[in-house]
Design a protein around this ligand. Sequence first.
Ligand SMILES: C[S@@+](CC[C@H](N)C(=O)[O-])C[C@H]1O[C@@H](n2cnc3c(N)ncnc32)[C@H](O)[C@@H]1O
Length: 278
Amino acid sequence: MLRATKMNRLNLTICGVDPASTEPFTHFGFRDVPEMDKERMVGQVFSNVASKYDVMNDAMSAGVHRLWKDTFIRRLAPPPGTKLLDVAGGTGDIALRFLNYCDQVHRDHTAQVHLVDINPDMVEVGRQRFKNTAFDLRSQVSLEVGNAENLANIPSESMDAYTIAFGIRNCTHVDRVVQEAYRVLKPGGRFMCLEFSHVDNPLISQFYDLYSFQVIPALGQLIAADRDSYQYLVESIRKFPTQDQFAQIIRNSGFYTVGQGYENLTFGVAAIHSGYKL
Ligand SMILES: C[S@@+](CC[C@H](N)C(=O)[O-])C[C@H]1O[C@@H](n2cnc3c(N)ncnc32)[C@H](O)[C@@H]1O
């Protein structure tokens, strides 16, 4: 039986697409959808989950996402005065960790982060989180609704660092996202991406699949009353390029990568990719 969720309404729209159409298709989880529809469908997912997003992250990963994000910022190791662009920044987890790092490690209050996210609901949760914090009062943080594939408001060669965490696999054209990152970075600037990735070990992979497909959508239903958005989440992870394929996309955009260009976290459940604009 069809459940009356917003996602189901979207599914019906997709089913109505003319199959003879020549417009380009992409994937939305395991389904093929017209490219022009993906952005809207992803938008619906994050509007559905925005208010429960942080709680669900903790529940799904038993808090491990916090350790991954801490490691991500330690690897970035921003020097004092860094100007960071955090894209697909959502509710501000990376932006906050970045500012905390600069404060705690360097006592630096000149670092700045600009968060861009396509979803106004996610940005609003982030805005409330920073409101009246010392970072906000010192104007170290700014937030904007915008698309990672076309950062129209960000001048070329204006940023020291660019981060994107758990966002790029939701974008329609991953290559365009990386090219935009290259454009906005200053020479010497660093691109860093934290994303769910692929587990190689067959034993761990079996367990991970079981957990992903049986437990995560059920948790989504239980905590956020939204199974479909979390079903999309686990499917989108499987559709994302492998660690090596993504490292190649980064190199193709002009970045220099050190070694293989990535570091696996928790057996490859997540990976940090990094590249320098020389
Ligand atoms: C899983 S959340 C990650 C949020 C945050 N970076 C974190 O690590 O907690 C993914 C975010 O990507 C955003 N997003 C999806 N497509 C986007 C696009 N084309 N441009 C900018 N943001 C996008 C979503 O709105 C959502 O806030």
